[in-house]
Design a binder for this molecule. Structure first.
Ligand SMILES: Nc1nc2c(c(=O)[nH]1)N[C@H]1C(S)=C(S)[C@@H](COP(=O)(O)OP(=O)(O)OC[C@H]3O[C@@H](n4cnc5c(=O)[nH]c(N)nc54)[C@H](O)[C@@H]3O)O[C@H]1N2
Ligand SMILES: Nc1nc2c(c(=O)[nH]1)N[C@H]1C(S)=C(S)[C@@H](COP(=O)(O)OP(=O)(O)OC[C@H]3O[C@@H](n4cnc5c(=O)[nH]c(N)nc54)[C@H](O)[C@@H]3O)O[C@H]1N2
Ligand code: SF4
Ligand SMILES: [Mo]
Length: 691
């Protein structure tokens, strides 16, 4: 309470990973809250984007879930918490007895705090399974895999502040920070771009980030590896390699050199659909800058070759010595407000809290000492794999704050599979398309109604604080998990507060070990923070990498076309991405009047030449069809998109684009190929969304 003042409480925006601070003040009615700027907020100093500014519109929304619901035939009926808890624990126990400990899956939530996710993954492991995961699997899993293997930590190498002050070049590949991380962009990167930072953007779609770009390379989706191989070869051929850095701090360069030996520059440029000279101009700008920084996003990560895509960016950074200094590095801007933290605390099928591999016997024993039970050593299934195995290996699912029916690829199959599940419990703040398939729906409190910690994109752990009373019969995610855990296992799940859980969490997580609630204060602390009083590191790898031998690892990679490419029947490459004014599966943003005012329905961007040959008019409804499904959306005829490519969004559950996307996975990180499927445009007169 000490942080409260008459201006309300200090907390963190619930949308993206930038981690903007804001102040919340309670209104007269339960659930009613108002936003005030927090001018000293460490990340944003009072600024908010359109989503942050409208964030309270969903807090006291009339459609909030307020009572536990239990399925009764095709309908739901309201139930008491006692009945709902009883049903959840009975079913979980039954599933383990009738099938096995690995017949349940658990989805954590990057909308929830570190403490809540910590408790969820602990519950999964106490149940006996590592089938626990979060939305990072659909997001930056491949980035994290490549960064961890080659540099050591699966996070931004640098901080927004040093990137703003020191970088001479921004290399932005497959990311749109101006719209997806708007305050990071307006407060940090745009300022630099307006001064003298040279901006290269590599994206099939022009967007607001393009306005600051000095050079936009409009490549065909799925051709990032050949584009980067042109860059690497150009660096080599022109002796722009940082020999000293390569010799002293890296290994694996020979492998890259070998990959590029018989590499045909012209042919590769043709594959990418970008003029060779433009790629070479970009290469020169990056390689000859004093400090050059890479930003990487979903355009790189969401491919079946996502891990290799990011590895090639790491190859570029290491070859030119652009890591380990302010203004450099390889920087994934993380997605949800707490996706970084959700991964940090071990809500993943292969790592315990603090990125301890589940099969590391020694470290697992240390965790077991604190937990009082041994977590399982066998890797679990990822969230997409859990859905794919529904009805076969997986019979029960605990979903906290995810919406796989709309967010996972090949959505028709997701629905079919979830319908085959014996038991699903969904814990959410709204009735979602996933909750519609559940047996029990538990109403959670929202971000404005509870406290805890979240970790933003540059690894800053910050406190959220409750601003308002709890509406209806909702409960905090933490209370729900604590109750379910205690009923199932008696011990290990009783906590009085989020801080109590944090105290346990720091015992098993060396990278958070030095952080306490008191020290977090209003500024937060960057991890790694091993001992109390450590300041944390705003940028990583000054002296050495966090790999076993301290060296950064290069590895040559070759072009791998998307798993499904266009053909006579499905002649377009469909790629999917985001809008500034909407958010993921739209559960929150489509309920926000301010956000709906700007864009109220889904659409597809089609190049004018393609529209001409199809006979499509601007604003006309068209049916998009792939091998897996179809959806009706409005056509936007625009040369923002590359010819031969069509571009749509995931935000509108009424026209769910994931009914079309391909569920091919990256073999290392298991991320789906959301950014390239083959599709056709069917010009049906009078088609309407929902047809
Ligand atoms: N406003 C808003 N902000 C958000 C979100 C939101 O939904 N709305 N979601 C949050 C989340 S969860 C995440 S993960 C982040 C994501 O933030 P970003 O990483 O910026 O994600 P996207 O917009 O999906 O994709 C980025 C760009 O990749 C491009 N692209 C598509 N295919 C390719 C390709 O093959 N190669 C290349 N080089 N580019 C390609 C798209 O055109 C798009 O401009 O945003 C977070 N912030
Ligand atoms: N085609 C395509 N598909 C994609 C992507 C893409 O670019 N293209 N992007 C992928 C990416 S990057 C991501 S991150 C995923 C996102 O996929 P999801 O995580 O499934 O989508 P969200 O809409 O963020 O779902 C969050 C859920 O949490 C609920 N929620 C909000 N606050 C709380 C809370 O306090 N407690 C609880 N219990 N619940 C809460 C929301 O109502 C919502 O239902 O989508 C992926 N899907
Ligand atoms: S940039 Fe992200 S964290 Fe900041 S106000 Fe906007 S949505 Fe919220
Ligand atoms: Mo994401």
């Amino acid at each position: 309470m000490s942080q409260e003042s008459e201006d309300g409480v200090h907390t963190i925006c619930p949308y993206c990973g930038v981690g903007c601070g804001l102040q919340l003040q309670e209104g007269d009615e339960a659930g009613e809250v108002n936003i005030k700027p927090w001018f000293d907020a460490p990340v944003n100093e009072g600024a908010l984007c359109i989503k942050g500014g409208a964030a309270t519109e969903v807090v006291d929304h009339e459609e909030r879930l307020k009572e536990p619901l239990i399925r009764d035939g095709d309908e739901f009926r309201e139930a008491s918490w006692e009945e709902a808890f009883g049903r959840v624990t009975d079913e979980m126990e039954r599933i383990r007895e009738e099938h096995s400990r690995n017949a349940m899956g658990f989805f954590g939530s990057s909308k929830c705090t570190n403490e809540e996710n910590y408790l969820l993954q602990k519950m999964a492991r106490r149940y006996g399974t590592n089938n626990v995961d979060n939305c990072t699997r659909m997001c930056h899993a491949s980035t994290v895999a490549a960064l961890r293997a080659s540099l050591g930590a699966g996070a931004m190498t640098n901080s927004m502040q040093d990137l703003r002050e020191e970088a001479d070049v921004y290399w932005i590949q497959g990311a749109n920070p101006s719209e997806q991380h708007p305050i990071a962009h307006s407060k940090y990167f745009k300022q630099a771009a307006l001064e003298d930072t040279f901006v290269v953007q590599i994206d099939p779609h022009a967007n607001k980030t393009t306005r600051d770009a000095d050079l936009h390379l409009q490549l065909k989706p799925g051709t990032d590896i050949p584009l980067l191989n042109i860059v690497l070869k150009t660096v080599l051929d022109n002796d722009w390699v940082d020999e000293e850095f390569l010799d002293e701090r890296t290994e694996g360069f020979d492998d890259v050199a070998e990959t590029l030996e018989n590499f045909d520059l012209e042919e590769a440029a043709e594959t990418c659909g970008v003029p060779l000279e433009d790629i070479q101009t970009a290469a020169e700008a990056y390689a000859t800058a004093d400090n050059a920084a890479i930003f990487t996003g979903m355009g790189m990560s969401q491919h079946a070759c996502g891990t290799d895509n990011v590895q090639n960016l790491i190859n570029l950074a290491l070859m030119t010595g652009n890591v380990g200094r302010p203004g450099t590095g390889v920087n994934p801007l993380r997605g949800q407000n707490n996706v970084q933290g959700t991964c940090d605390v071990g809500t993943m099928y292969n790592t315990l809290p603090g990125y301890i591999p589940v099969d590391d016997d020694e470290k697992r024993a240390e965790v077991a000492d604190v937990w009082g039970f041994e977590p399982p050593a066998d890797e679990g299934l990822s969230n997409v794999e859990i859905t794919q195995a529904a009805g076969d290996q997986i019979h029960g699912l605990y979903v906290m704050g995810e919406n796989p029916v709309i967010s996972e690829p090949n959505g028709n199959e997701v629905v079919e599979n979830l319908e085959r599940m014996e038991f699903i419990v969904v814990q959410d703040i709204f009735m979602t398309d996933t909750a519609e398939l559940a047996d029990v729906v538990l109403p959670a409190t929202s971000w404005a109604e509870r406290g805890g910690t979240v970790t933003n994109t540059d690894r800053r752990v910050q406190r959220m604080r409750a601003a308002t009373r709890v509406p209806g019969n909702t409960k905090h995610d933490l209370e729900i998990l604590s109750e379910v855990g205690t009923r199932l296992f008696d011990e290990g799940f009783e906590f009085d507060s989020a801080e109590d859980i944090f105290e346990e969490l720091r015992q098993v997580m060396p990278i958070y070990h030095g952080i306490t609630y008191d020290d977090l204060g209003l500024e937060g602390i960057h991890w790694p923070c091993y001992e109390e009083g450590d300041e944390g590191d705003p940028y990583l790898y000054e002296e050495s990498f966090d790999t076993e031998n301290g060296l950064g690892k290069l590895r040559g990679v070759r072009h791998q076309p998307p798993k499904e490419v266009e053909d006579a029947e499905y002649p377009f490459v469909l790629t999917t991405a985001r809008l500034e004014e909407h958010y993921n599966t739209g559960t929150m943003s489509t309920r926000s009047p301010t956000l709906m005012r700007r864009t109220g329905e889904n659409f597809v961007d089609i190049h004018p030449d393609d529209a001409d040959s199809l006979g499509v008019e601007d604003e006309e409804y068209v049916k998009l069809v792939s091998r897996r499904g179809e959806v009706v959306v409005k056509a936007h005829v625009t040369d923002d998109i590359k010819q031969g490519v069509i571009w749509s969004t995931t935000h509108f559950p009424d026209s769910p684009i994931n009914r079309l996307t391909n569920d091919a996975l990256d073999p290392v990180a298991k991320i789906p190929e959301y950014k390239a499927s083959a599709a056709m445009v069917d010009v049906e007169p009078n088609a309407q969304p929902g047809d």
